[in-house]
Design a protein around this ligand. Structure first.
Ligand code: 4AD
Ligand code: MG
Length: 460
């Protein structure tokens, strides 16, 4: 007999004579004549309540079943006599697949996030983390669906690259050179003798590849892991994260902002509609204002304003910030959050940033000072999206690269796209973990990725 998942059984419209469920025991309680076992199989938040009569064959073994044990139960799906659930399973046979001894760490009903982070291999077995990772999965699906419906093609951009897209130098080196005995030339390590014949690293963004494909297929996107060796110990940075990067030919900054807004709203509505049960858990235990925030994101027009006007608002706010606000300085999380949470009380898009604080590929505006950049800021997080219209003019792009001291010869292929049929195009990167933080109210990025990678921490 094949097992049926609990998510299916709880939606059943009638009793079923024989079902087989398999899962892990959340709790067990024994009364005089019966044992009640709560089984969860991960298919949904809800457990299935199992009633075991003390006349069942191996009742002496069943009594020993502990929290965390794995079981297979055959029985009847019947209308529950107790409150709290529509259905329960009256067991005919209980097979013990594996007993979890008393040192199983998840004995209590609630644990702190810090405690669970140290047992990241077990935390998906808790209600909260099970829900978070189901939402993560649903969101991936919704992202692919969103783009497919709009005629975007999915591009698998490489993980190992020879260039630094963001130019921030936060690269993880990929090499097969023996660190104890590297080949040397004129005192320096000779990377021409490394695996790829030159320096290589893990990608910080799939954008440069995506641009090449947008200039061939029109509308494309990438969705994959990206890596940054930034030594930030914040609640919104990890060294390995997933990014969704659409790139559109024949699209300017405004079209780019339109897509970003449409996408975030669409995904928020999707989650409110499709993940109700899991979202309610977060609304109850993690962030009491979650549903209100999500409705606000799904329905309000995102405020759009220039970097210069954002600075004005911050200066006039009368608030004391830890970091200064001056033209040419990047907005810090505290500024971003003030704007979205306190001032506008909704998501916003800041555009036209000073060129000095943005990467080489962003399109230079006519003022020669700012570039056609945009950041989407949302409550509770701050920046969730960073993007821009791209510099499509070869000469302007080359000047910019020279200004920034970039080795143009390494980017000959990128510059080719500006030599042959260059057109207006735009794109952005959505931090997938930050999106999950927004959707769940979870405020630490380490808690929305299965096994977080942060400076000095890679246990799992
Ligand atoms: O603003 P960023 O650096 O933009 C880019 O990488 C562009 N190449 C994207 C593009 O235009 N195709 O990163 C984009 C987003 C940020 O807004 C943030 O949500 C997320 O990626 N992000 C991080 N998320 C977690 N940990 C980190 N260390 C992150 N760095 C960026
Ligand atoms: Mg950014």
């Amino acid at each position: 007999m094949k097992r049926t998942k609990i998510i299916k059984l709880i939606k059943s419209e009638r009793p079923i004579d024989e079902v087989l469920i398999k899962g892990w025991v959340r709790t067990k309680r024994d009364s005089k004549d019966f044992s009640f076992i709560e089984v969860n199989d991960g298919s949904c938040l809800k457990n299935m309540q199992i009633i075991v009569d003390n006349t069942t064959d191996n009742y002496q073994d069943i009594i020993r079943i502990s929290t965390g044990s794995a079981v297979a139960i055959r029985g009847k799906l019947e209308a529950s006599k107790g409150p709290g659930q529509k259905w329960e399973v009256v067991a005919e046979r209980v097979e013990i697949l594996n007993i979890a001894p008393e040192n199983y760490p998840l004995q209590k009903k609630r644990h702190t996030d810090e405690f669970l982070r140290n047992i990241a291999h077990l935390r998906p077995r808790t209600n909260k983390y099970g829900a978070a990772f189901r939402i993560r999965s649903e969101l991936s699906y919704a992202i692919h669906n969103f783009f497919r419906d709009k005629g975007f093609r999915y591009i698998h951009s490489p993980i190992i690259t020879g260039s630094d897209c963001e130019g921030a130098g936060e690269l993880f080196r990929v090499t097969t050179i023996d660190p104890d005995d590297p080949p040397r030339k004129e005192g320096k390590i000779d990377y021409s003798r490394d695996f790829f014949g030159k320096e290589a690293n893990l990608t910080v963004s799939g954008q440069l590849s995506a641009e090449m494909f947008a200039l061939a297929l029109g509308d494309v996107y990438t969705f994959g892991p990206t890596f940054r060796a930034e030594n930030s110990h914040t609640r919104r940075h990890v060294a390995e994260f997933w990014m969704v990067e659409p790139e559109m030919a024949f699209c300017d900054l405004e079209g780019n902002m339109d897509l970003a807004e449409e996408m975030i709203k669409h995904l928020t509505s999707f989650i409110l509609e499709e993940c109700k049960e899991d979202i309610e858990l977060f609304a109850k235990f993690v962030d009491k204002t979650l549903i209100k925030t999500l409705n606000n994101v799904a329905t309000s027009d995102f405020k759009r304003l220039t970097y210069a006007s954002a600075l004005d608002i911050l200066k006039k706010s009368g608030k004391k910030f830890k970091y200064d606000i001056d033209f040419g300085k990047d907005l810090q999380t505290e500024h971003e959050r003030y704007l979205t949470e306190d001032h506008f009380k909704k998501p916003l898009i800041v555009f036209n940033y000073p060129k000095e604080i943005k990467p080489f590929y962003m399109r230079l505006n006519d003022d020669n000072q700012t570039v056609a950049a945009m950041d989407v800021l949302v409550p509770g997080i701050g920046e969730i999206i960073g993007g821009s219209q791209r510099e499509e003019r070869l000469e302007v792009l080359e000047n910019r690269m020279d200004e920034m001291g970039m080795p143009k010869e390494n980017y000959w292929w990128y510059l080719d796209s500006r030599r042959f049929g260059s057109v207006e195009h735009s794109g952005f990167g959505l931090g997938f973990e930050r999106l999950i933080m927004l959707m769940t109210g979870i405020r630490n990025i380490r808690d929305v990725i299965p096994f977080p990678r942060t400076p000095t921490a890679i246990e799992f």
